[in-house]
Write a protein that binds this ligand. Structure first.
Ligand code: CA
Length: 240
């Protein structure tokens, strides 16, 4: 997919082989690519070149990627996609809680990477300029409609009967469709900053939501679980 202007992608990665792969893949997809191998240089480039999206390796020679996320989030909302060999649930949740938009575990393929980049870029565009939910008042995917004016969720036109908190969870995920929201982020949003760190109440709500909106709760089509990390709402492009 070509965009109106070439989006600028900053790659922060110290592995030369992965850098070559990313440069070739992103250039072929008509992105402008800037590559750097240290965190310090990356922070300079971000302030001088204002990239549209950042691909960030966590294990860098000078700084830890998580410190870079924290530092960047102090002053810009530029989407950050972590690309890392660290694959535990704690690693993912930590980076997302610090403000990363997405997390790809190495090794990953170019098709998946491109889909994640498009989601990240679309999300910035929709939140900053042309919020399609704000315009239409609804989020729709595969027959599921979140109606932000009526505060209801419909399946093929039929009210799914969600409780107010169930609706708020689905509404929040719909606003971030395609992106993982961590348990912590959702809990904070629904139950406030002093929400318990125990996710049990959220899991119970999700089980009820799925019973109401998913044809088969064991194979969700609308809200996916990122095990140990959080939930992600399907968007038009997701092919799960
Ligand atoms: Ca590395």
């Amino acid at each position: 997919m070509r965009t109106e202007y070439p989006c600028k992608i900053l790659v922060i990665e110290d592995d030369a082989g992965i850098c070559r792969f990313l440069r070739a893949t992103l250039t072929a997809a008509h992105y402008d690519v800037i590559v750097t191998d240290t965190g310090k240089k990356a922070l300079e480039i971000i302030s001088s070149h204002c990239p549209d999206c950042i691909l960030l390796d966590l294990g860098l020679p000078d700084l830890d990627g998580n410190d870079i996320i924290q530092s960047i989030r102090g002053w810009t909302k530029t989407p950050i996609i972590v690309i890392s060999a660290r694959s535990t649930e704690e690693d993912k949740a930590r980076a997302l809680d610090l403000g990363a938009d997405d997390y790809l575990t190495k090794p990953f393929g170019s098709i998946e990477l491109m889909a994640r980049i498009r989601t990240a870029l679309r999300h910035t565009r929709t939140t900053m300029e042309n919020d399609s939910i704000a315009l239409s008042g609804v989020y729709t995917v595969r027959g599921l409609t979140v109606d932000y004016k009526k505060h209801r969720v419909f399946m093929n036109g039929t009210d799914t009967g969600l409780t107010p908190n169930e609706y708020r969870i689905v509404a929040l995920l719909g606003q971030h469709a395609g992106q993982v929201l961590t348990y912590k982020q959702i809990m904070k949003e629904i139950w406030g900053p002093y929400a318990s760190s125990d996710n049990k109440i959220l899991r119970v709500h999700m089980a009820n939501i799925r019973r109401k909106i998913e044809p088969n709760s064991d194979e969700p089509r609308y809200i996916f679980t990122e095990v140990g990390v959080g939930y992600r709402m399907a968007d038009e492009e997701s092919n799960e």
